[in-house]
Ligand binder design. Sequence first.
Ligand code: C2E
Ligand code: CA
Ligand code: CA
Length: 680
Amino acid sequence: MGVVTRLPDSLGLLSNSFSVLNALTSPVWIFDIDESRIYWANPPALDIWNAESLTALQDRDMAADMSHAVTRRLQQYQQDFERNQARFTEIWTLYPKGVAKTFKVFFSGIRLEDGRVAMLCEVESEYRGDPETLRSVEALLHTNTMISLYSPDGDVLYQNPAARASFPLNLIPYPYGFAAQEDYLRLKSTMDLHGFCQQTALMMTNHGKRWHEISARVCHDPVTGEQAILVSELDVSDLKMAEGKASYLAEHDILTGLPNRNYVLQHFEKQLQVLLSHGQEAALIFIDLDHFKQVNDSLGHTVGDMLLVQMASRLTDLMNPGDMLARLGGDEFVVLSTARHIETHAKSLCETLLERLSDPLVVSGSLIHPTLSIGVSLAPKDAKDINHLMRNADLAMYRAKDEGRNRYAFFTRDLTEAIQSRHVLENELKHALVNDQFEVFFQPRINAKNGCITGAEALVRWRHPERGIIAPGVFITLCEDCGIIDQLDMFVLHEAIRYQKIWLSQGWHLKISVNLSPRQFANPELAEDICAMFTELSANPADFELEITESALLGNDHKTIQMLTRLQDSGFSIAIDDFGTGYSNLAYLRRYPIDCMKIDKSFVQKLDEFEAITGLIVALAKVMNLKIVVEGVETEAQLAWLKEQGCHEYQGYLFSPPVPPELFASYRDRQEFRSMDRTE
Ligand code: C2E
Ligand code: CA
Ligand code: CA
């Protein structure tokens, strides 16, 4: 055993040598905090520790029955000894010879020869109290609750170990332990008024700033009988943090970090009322991603989630100061915006959203060209509270969807009527089939190299008895929804066959393409039905192309491939229509039996913006050996571009819009070159 030094001399009651300590009649021992072992003890201490010899006592692992709280407290003591020359007394119950005895133990720091600080423990006296007191003393010693007794001036009269571990020794917790002075003042004034107080406050402690739940009451110091304040404190920081997190989570969406529906109902409402009370106007804008479900179903939820995150970040970038943005759930977002000329402002915001949110993007190997449908309702014109505004904006959004998606619509009072008129239209549609109100128009498809018509796309028109010719954008979705799309498409196919044969009989050999609705792929008999019609009409499938959209490919993978293979084996060409407008997994595309890719008109019409991505699509189609058709060609410049890219064919107003068959027939003479052979 080497030399030990009592920490600093000012504290020293005894000399540095063990012989002196040894000679003391009172039990003294040194506890090595780092090792959780007794480092040294004098004979009376061996007695109260019930040890046969010093070595036996030194061999005892004291950590074995030490709680985590005690270990932490001891470490705190160690720091206090070193920094603050601390010394204090505790009442301890030990078991010499197996019998419980209670002692008043005096603790102070002592430096071991290797420089570490240990704890010198000296038993001052045996403590004789009634069992009740002893037990409460024991409880005070071990509880996590910090218990302190203060004089009315804030001087510390007593601190239990938990309190001592918490507050820096040289700091009077009341008032200096408060992180915010007003918390202390609040506590003090309540105490002055009622004599007790309960509050939560942020305290400066040895463990940093912590939330304490404080309960204080005026009492008397049992020793002096003078007035004192008894304070008990519990560290509730973890609880507080969990609460804070819970309330954040309750109002935010974890995926995008945007506020959620709860937030909208609370805070959008508040903001709206503030605006209205200042005579300002506001717009509630409801944004819904078109066909989002297909992304999730076919490309997987991870891609879906990534898309939503991208959309959220694009939206955030487009917000003006003061705008509020939230995600309502799924693919629905909502914006509350205010401006002086609200209607003009809302329109221009919607246009920006449609424009900027629909830029194509590649998400883990999938090309996504998102489109949106937007509904707008205005306050105070359409409604004066968030709930009604949301309902109206939602209705307007459905109108935008009905009108063909990728657009915005404003709420109007007649919208409820419009929904009724939709039913009227649905009814009229059913009659239209029976009453032969549908017609097929043809739009020429031109060989990019030689300018010849190689074929035509059959596009349906509805000749409404009162409204005249109606374009399919208005009614195709309705036909899909009310289940008559199969009959309609079969009618178009029938007409296409009829005209193809007429023109062939006149020596004009054309390949006609027809559109198939994605809904038809739900019909397992689709391939059989089509083949049966061709057999019945003795038509040649090789003269026809079936156009399907990417979304049709997104359904039941295996069955779709089977059905398309069956059709291709029968001689039909398969074209993928509107390529790049939906959600396509470029890697999966190869799995489908496809002959032709029709690049959507939005690409060629915004060439300066999308040139790179359009080039990428062309390159992809070439790798896959597909015939490339560019749709929506309106200008010579666009034509020059597609020729340069080596695209094979094009369609568009530059040559002709879709026209009735009689007019189309007249184009035969309009050709610059007579198409001798379409196989090139
Ligand atoms: P789609 O298959 O992409 O057809 C091309 C659409 O683009 C046609 O609109 C056509 O009129 C239009 N178009 C052609 N050239 C140009 C151009 O240079 N510039 C512009 N801006 N547009 C051009 P349409 O006929 O209104 O058809 C709209 C959509 O309705 C079609 O898009 C197709 O998805 C669907 N559809 C049309 N007929 C049928 C049908 O018989 N069955 C099914 N299932 N869907 C059909
Ligand atoms: Ca088409
Ligand atoms: Ca198309």
